[in-house]
Ligand binder design. Structure first.
Ligand SMILES: [Zn+2]
Length: 150
C-alpha cells in the first residue's frame, strides 16, 4: 500500500514520546494501518462497532467520576473507578480535540479481570479505530475490553 506523507508524519508522532511518555506504539513494529485493520477485524469478529464500544467507555468514565477515586458499582458484576490526572492530551490525528488525562479502570467482580483506559484512548478507539500498539502502556486488546465492559 502506498502511504501518504500525512500517514508517515502521524506514525512518527505516534512512535515518539512527544505527546505521551513511551509513545502510542510500544514495541509494535507494524505500520499503523495494519494495527488498525487487525483490531477492526477482531472487533468485527466480536460483533461490536468501535462507536458502540467508545460510547460505553465514555458512559463508564462518566459514572466512575462520581466515585471520586473509589470503585462505583455499575451492575451486579461490574465496577468502575477513575484516577483524576490533571491536564489535557491532544489527539495525535490533528483533529483539534483535547482529552482529559483521567484514567478509568473497569473491574469484573466475578472474574477479577480489569481493563483501564484514558479519555484519549476512548476517543482514539471511537474516532480512529486505534487501540494503540503492542507494548504501549495503554494498549487494550479489543477482546479484553469487550469481555469486561460489554
Ligand atoms: Zn482524534
Amino acid at each position: 500500500m502506498r502511504r501518504t506523507p500525512r500517514m508517515e508524519k502521524l506514525e512518527d508522532l505516534l512512535r515518539s514520546s512527544q505527546l505521551v511518555a513511551g509513545g502510542f506504539l510500544g514495541h509494535d513494529t507494524r505500520p499503523i494501518e495494519e494495527i488498525i485493520e487487525a483490531d477492526a477485524a477482531a472487533l468485527e469478529h466480536l460483533g461490536v462497532s468501535p462507536a458502540d464500544l467508545a460510547g460505553r467507555m465514555k458512559d463508564l468514565a462518566a459514572r466512575a467520576r462520581a466515585g471520586l477515586g473509589s470503585f462505583v458499582p455499575v451492575d451486579a458484576t461490574l465496577q468502575v473507578a477513575c484516577d483524576d490526572n490533571r491536564g489535557l492530551l491532544i489527539c495525535p490525528w490533528g483533529d483539534g480535540t483535547r482529552h482529559n488525562k483521567t484514567v478509568t479502570t473497569a473491574r469484573r467482580t466475578d472474574t477479577g479481570k480489569t481493563v483501564r483506559w484514558s479519555d484519549l484512548s476512548a476517543h482514539l478507539i471511537g474516532c480512529h479505530g486505534f487501540f494503540q500498539g503492542r507494548g504501549s502502556p495503554f494498549r487494550i486488546e479489543p477482546a479484553d475490553l469487550v469481555e469486561v465492559i460489554l
